[in-house]
Design a protein around this ligand. Structure first.
Ligand SMILES: Cc1cc2nc3c(=O)[nH]c(=O)nc-3n(C[C@H](O)[C@H](O)[C@H](O)COP(=O)(O)OP(=O)(O)OC[C@H]3O[C@@H](n4cnc5c(N)ncnc54)[C@H](O)[C@@H]3O)c2cc1C
Length: 379
């Protein structure tokens, strides 16, 4: 086992760190306050090659491995977890899905622009009645000649109002349940496809989360990804990889909590000495650092398995479960270390807590990750 970084990984991490500190950090607080989508930052991430990191170069991507992606996403999320999730959805769900199961024609038409950051994608699985129970799809797609007609509502869709292209899971044969679900590529501007409602959120407030509505929305049959009925398998497989991305996002938030806590503890004095000299504070920092390192190891292990073509689903679930818990716990401890200053908006740590919580919910809640892990052991 080699724990050293290769040249590419070091270079990607450094590039992401510099971009995050110099370009993303200055506007983070303001965008969070105004719930403002970081359009220019996303455009620049595309230019850096960070919007389609794992897509082969022939399709406009950077041709990198999942490990490089983890390093980049951790660094970006350390500074702004909203930017992290925008990047994560485009990379691990949309680009990955089309690259893996799309036709040559779909790759030609959509993947190149998505992977190079010229266009942005969204992934629409969740519905008002279908979250953890994602097979309970109410959105329908009825075949009509050379097209399908979509009707229904999708909930909580990241990048939903800004995306040029949305991957939409629908029921094409309700009687078949999970085996009757199909995925379609739907372009923004298709008649019958509208943004229904923007969500106002606790955290990751500058990311774009909306519900989407489909009313007699006609989509060419050529836009179906994979066979009819393959959509649930497609979604679950894609989300397995997505969980590595969310683990990396959580890791970035947790690392930010540790960095802020270390520097504040050295600077803040109580009873005439820095609070860093108090064992109560030292233990919090030691626990935080240990859990962060364990999260990083789990995340990199899942990434390495994925890159080696090995099964990685339960490992990705473990990484997300542990890293997201670590992010929430680290944020709570960081606030405690900052005392009253941790509770106010002027300091960054209250945002870390608001941002951290979502990593325990989306792309499968922590309970669902435990279901995935236990099922792999008990079958
Ligand atoms: C900010 C944000 C962004 C999102 N982005 C996207 C996106 O881009 N695309 C998309 O498709 N979805 C997205 N989601 C939806 C997200 O994936 C779902 O919210 C999540 O899967 C949980 O579903 P739910 O909200 O319906 O909760 P429910 O499924 O109703 O769960 C409620 C509670 O019950 C528990 N529970 C449910 N079933 C089980 C079980 N079998 N065993 C144990 N406990 C269980 C859950 O863990 C949870 O605690 C997003 C959500 C948010 C808030």
């Amino acid at each position: 086992m080699d724990f050293s970084l290769n040249e590419t990984h070091s270079m990607i991490r450094e590039t992401a760190r510099k971009f995050a500190d110099e370009r993303i950090a200055p506007g983070t607080i303001d965008r969070d306050e105004k719930e403002e989508f970081p359009r220019e930052i996303v455009r620049e991430l595309g230019e850096l090659g960070f919007m389609g990191m794992m897509v082969p170069e022939e399709w406009g991507g950077s041709g990198l491995d999942t490990t490089a992606y983890v390093f980049a996403l951790e660094e970006i999320s350390r500074v702004d977890a909203s930017v992290g999730v925008i990047m994560s959805v485009n990379n691990s769900l949309v680009c990955y899905g089309i690259n893996k199961d799309g036709t040559q024609a779909q790759k030609e038409k959509y993947l190149r622009d998505l992977a190079s950051g010229k266009k942005l994608g969204a992934f629409a699985l969740s519905e008002p009645e279908a979250g953890s129970d994602a097979s309970n799809q109410r959105t329908t797609a009825d075949r009509d000649g050379d097209s399908y007609v979509l009707n229904g509502t999708k909930n909580w869709i990241t990048n939903g109002s800004t995306a040029d292209i949305v991957l939409v899971m629908t029921a094409t044969d309700k009687a078949k349940g999970a085996k009757g679900i199909s995925t379609f590529i739907v372009e923004k501007g298709t008649p019958g496809f509208t943004v229904a409602k923007k969500e106002r959120k606790l955290g990751i407030r500058s990311s774009d989360t909306v519900s989407l509505s489909f009313a007699d929305c006609r989509v060419p049959a050529a836009n179906r990804i994979g066979a009819e009925g393959d959509g649930f398998r497609f979604a679950m497989k894609t989300l397995e990889g997505g969980r590595i991305g969310i683990a990396a996002q959580a890791l970035g938030i947790a690392q930010a909590c540790l960095d802020a806590s270390v520097s504040y503890a050295k600077e803040r004095k109580a009873f005439d000495r820095p609070i860093a000299e108090l064992q109560a504070i030292q233990f919090k920092i030691a626990d935080m650092a240990t859990n962060i390192d364990a999260s990083r190891m789990l995340t990199l292990k899942a990434a390495a398995l994925k890159d080696a073509g090995e099964p990685f689903g339960p490992d990705a679930a473990m990484a997300k479960l542990f890293a997201s818990h670590t992010a929430v716990e680290s944020a709570l401890e960081a606030i405690q270390i900052h005392g009253g200053y941790g509770y106010v908006r002027e300091y960054l740590v209250e945002r870390y807590l608001r941002d951290a919580k979502i990593t325990e919910i989306y792309e499968g809640t922590s309970e669902i990750q435990r279901v995935v892990i236990a099922r792999s052991l008990l079958r």
